[in-house]
Write a protein that binds this ligand. Structure first.
Ligand code: ATP
Ligand code: MG
Length: 230
């Protein structure tokens, strides 16, 4: 069982390429101690989201190993692995339903109050209450009525509700205005407290508070250190 106290993450000599694709990682290695935050920056196509897919076992590396809490993720059952990790994806999938149900996710045992608390922590609540129907607003097909920044805050609220020992944030590519960006940063800070976290960002400043930052380029890490080092 992976807990906040044990949730280290290690990539050891991981090499990966998609079928018929160019190599994405060549012997990629890094580790994150339990409760620490790592920032990942790198150009579009450098493999940042691929790293998340490998961690969640959507794909398997051709060589090397990925461990969580010292256990190779290949040896964990998929349910426990995915229960241990909350992913805030670049592109959050929403249901054609109310914003409340999109956050609540149909877990009948979950107190409704938790949804509002998570929504506040994710800096979403203040936007939702300005909408005429508030939490009863239909988000429309695939979240059509929400902005990119709002959708990403929905995903952060869901990750807060999941309460897993590990959280992975994959920053949306859509350009955000500075108010939205600072709301997301604030939300992210609340969501990562006490968890092992991987924050993928487009700019170094977004991950300034990370314990370590990795710069990804051309199949590997080209630079690493704290924000002050880089
Ligand atoms: P961005 O900043 O734009 O989100 P990224 O660093 O997250 O970029 P990835 O999505 O990890 O990049 O993709 C890395 C490379 O792998 C890209 O060249 C992409 O085209 C390719 N790629 C991604 N998914 C697949 C797939 N399923 N099959 C083949 N190639 C893929
Ligand atoms: Mg990506």
């Amino acid at each position: 069982n992976v807990t906040a106290q044990t949730a280290s993450i290690e990539f050891k000599d991981v090499s990966f390429k998609y079928i018929n694709g160019k190599p994405i990682f060549n012997n990629l290695s890094f580790s994150i101690p339990p409760g620490k935050k790592i920032g990942i920056v790198g150009g579009s196509g450098s493999g940042k989201s691929t790293m998340v897919r490998l961690l969640f076992r959507f794909f398997e590396p051709q060589s090397g190993q990925i461990s969580i809490a010292g256990q190779n993720i290949k040896d964990l059952d998929l349910t426990s692995l995915r229960r241990a990790i909350a992913i805030v994806p670049q592109d959050c999938v929403l249901f054609h339903d109310t914003i409340f149900h999109n956050l609540h996710y149909g877990d009948l045992s979950r107190p409704h109050q938790d949804v509002y608390t998570a929504s506040k922590m994710a800096e979403l609540h203040n936007s939702v209450v300005t909408w005429p129907k508030g939490y009863e607003t239909q988000v429309g097909e695939r979240g059509l009525k929400l902005s990119g920044g709002e959708k990403q805050r929905v995903a952060i609220a869901r990750a807060i509700l999941k309460d897993s020992p590990i959280i992975v944030f994959d920053e949306a590519t859509s350009s955000l205005d500075s108010i939205t960006e600072s709301a997301i940063l604030q939300a992210l800070k609340a969501a990562t407290v006490g968890r092992t976290s991987i924050c993928i960002a487009h700019r170094l400043s977004t991950v300034a508070d990370a314990d370590e930052i990795l710069v990804l380029e051309n199949g590997g890490i080209t630079d690493r250190g704290t924000h002050a080092d880089l």
